[in-house]
Design a protein around this ligand. Structure first.
Ligand code: NDP
Ligand code: 8X3
Length: 259
């Protein structure tokens, strides 16, 4: 029987790559996000390329009632979720604390912390009931270090790191694994979202370097999800080779690009 994975934020970037990777490896999938048109396209692609079942759930992780309705409304057999990948998240803006935009802060806190909590609150009891399951939280190097003007985004990802550790303690007696994966720079729509659609600014983040690609993180998710029952990967920090820390990046010609 196929395992069931629930992937939040599957409409682009890391979440989309994770969904495709898991489908390729025979997981049935629940894919979620706000952009319904993209969910439908991904659903079609997965159905065409892989012989697995797919359900799409179109909701905003910031809205508790929507999260509850989405999970509660799943067909009973789909509630046996084996793997939850808490991936939906974003950075909005890059400014000092004294010039910060309150609405940007709220979007990050509501999505990265509260959204992850809402989904975990709804899905972890289903795992506890079955005494099996695995939650993988996508944190960030920004949850391990802090960088200039990253204040609130870094705060939300530090919270994800702490919540991940707390979840592991709470769920250990019920045989539910909890893993944190913390990437450095990944070339996705992340910077386009952070810079509010400014393509030039977003592209400049990945200029002259070889970043991580979403598929690199998807590989790591698959690795963590497929360890033996007796093994859990607690924490993974994954960086592009050219990035030594949140702020130290070697920029040079893109000689290794796989694109
Ligand atoms: P993308 O912008 O490509 O993808 C973000 C995903 O999150 C989209 O599918 C988006 O879907 C979803 N999402 C955002 N807000 C909401 C919301 N309110 N409700 C539901 N879904 C939402 O970025 P990445 O793939 O890079 O980001 C994925 C995760 O990886 C994030 O948690 C990010 O913080 C983390 N990360 C990214 C890094 C990077 O360098 N790219 C590095 C380290 C961590 P939609 O808009 O359709 O709702
Ligand atoms: C995304 C990576 O370095 O922009 O989490 O914070 S970074």
């Amino acid at each position: 029987m196929s395992k069931i994975a629930f992937v939040s934020g599957a409409t682009s970037g890391i979440g989309e790559a994770v969904a495709l990777k898991l489908a390729e490896n025979n997981y049935d999938l629940i894919i979620t996000g706000r952009r319904g048109d993209r969910l439908i396209l991904l659903e079609e692609r997965i159905r065409n390329e892989f012989k697995v079942e797919v359900i799409t759930l179109n909701f905003d992780v910031r809205v508790l009632a929507e999260v509850q309705k989405a999970v509660l409304g799943l067909p009973e057999s789909w509630k046996d979720i084996d793997l939850l990948v808490n991936n939906a998240g974003l950075a909005v803006g890059l400014s000092s604390i004294q010039e910060g935009v309150i609405d940007d802060w709220e979007r990050m806190i509501d999505t990265n912390i509260k959204g992850l909590l809402y989904l975990s609150r709804e899905i972890s009891p289903l795992m506890v009931k079955r005494k099996q399951g695995h939650i993988i939280n996508i944190g960030s190097i920004a949850g391990k270090e802090v960088y200039p003007n990253g204040n609130v985004y870094c705060g939300t990802k530090h919270a994800v790191d702490a919540i991940t550790k707390g979840m592991r303690i709470d769920l250990v007696h019920d045989n539910v694994k909890v893993t944190g994966i913390h990437p450095g720079m990944v070339d996705t729509e992340f910077s386009l979202v952070r810079f509010k659609g400014d393509r030039q600014k977003a592209d400049s983040v990945y200029n002259d370097l070889v970043p991580l690609y979403a598929d690199d993180i998807a590989e790591a998710v698959l690795f963590c999800a497929t360890r033996p029952a007796s093994v859990n990967i607690n924490d993974l920090v994954i960086m592009p080779t050219i990035q030594a820390s949140a702020t130290i990046v070697h920029r040079g010609l893109k000689t290794n690009s796989v694109l």
